[in-house]
Design a protein around this ligand. Sequence first.
Ligand code: HEC
Ligand code: HEC
Length: 322
Amino acid sequence: MQGGRTGLAAAALLLLAAAAWAGPPRRYEPISPIPAPPPENPARVALGRQLFLDPLLSRDGSVSCGSCHNLAMAGIDGLAHAIGIGGAEEPVNTPTVYNAALNLAQFWDGRADSLEEQAGGPVTNPREMGSRWPEVIARLEHSPYRAAFQRIDGGPPTPRRVEEAIASFERTLLTPDSPFDRWLKGDDSAISPEAAQGYALFKSYGCSSCHQGANVGGNMFQRFGFYGHPLSQPPHPADLGRYAITGQPDDRYVFKVPSLRLAVLTPPYFHDGSVPDLATAIRLMGRYQLGRAIPDGDITLIIRFLDTLPGNMTADDGGPRP
Ligand code: HEC
Ligand code: HEC
């Protein structure tokens, strides 16, 4: 009894001490911490990782998802425009797969509603992996994958099961525990005073009216160019954004607001990969999205803030295969 009470008192003291060190969480902010990943079947996640990294999904065995979304390179290829099978060039820049699960839709123009729907796209895209499903399924049928699908899904590989496995894996690709998230949770010392100043500027300039939520973006569609026109005329079809899907004139140049979680690690910038450095991207955002000239000093502080956004990316750069 006595011991129990002492134990309780000690636990209460510890809690108090932790609270004093950490401070209260910051609740009413436009950005929230990366959530915990949803529960997934670990065997399906492992299968999805293997498929993600396997060039077997491409027509000639030369390209995997990971060729363009290099997990050791923050989930991108570092190119302005992705290069797929046989050297074919994509018209747009490769976004990261990290935290993609948090986006309201996939692709720059949001044409896929879910990760499952997205995952099938590259396999049959002639500029990415150039395969046809019947060939992919035949290759999987004659490989150790058949047994893995049987074990996990109780049946043979199908396009849907491939997409589900890859999507399960992608849902684990979150980047939690960034310095900024620790700061949001109350750890005042997690970011520098300059980074905190940069965050204040990010809010006061109005960046957070579009880049917000857990992914610091990815939760709305907005026009690229409110004040003047940033894109060359006549535009490339890929510059038209959601117009390509809806055909609505108002959707011209409307894109999914990209996540800034890993922005410091993922140059070049914009859907067309046209801007090699972050300072220029921020200057253009000020000019075309906010109608303001942002002084260099403020841009530097905003970058200090963006530096605190990447979190733990180690979850899936290796480890055992199924
Ligand atoms: C040739 C390079 C290439 C390959 C291979 C490739 N991707 Fe992509 N990925 C891209 C490009 C480019 C985009 C953007 C396309 C667009 O928005 O129109 C993209 C977009 C995505 C997105 C959406 C991210 C977002 O924020 O909108 C996800 C998720 C994704 N790819 C996963 C995959 C998976 C899974 C595979 C394998 C089945 C794969 N990719 C294969 C280049 C590639
Ligand atoms: C009105 C909405 C809006 C506002 C305000 C806004 N942005 Fe953006 N931002 C976008 C959209 C849309 C894109 C995608 C443009 C494209 O590539 O076509 C984007 C792209 C970016 C990119 C490039 C990301 C990448 O991965 O390519 C950065 C960096 C960025 N914004 C930072 C900022 C900063 C910093 C501010 C404040 C100074 C800001 N944005 C204000 C909507 C906005």
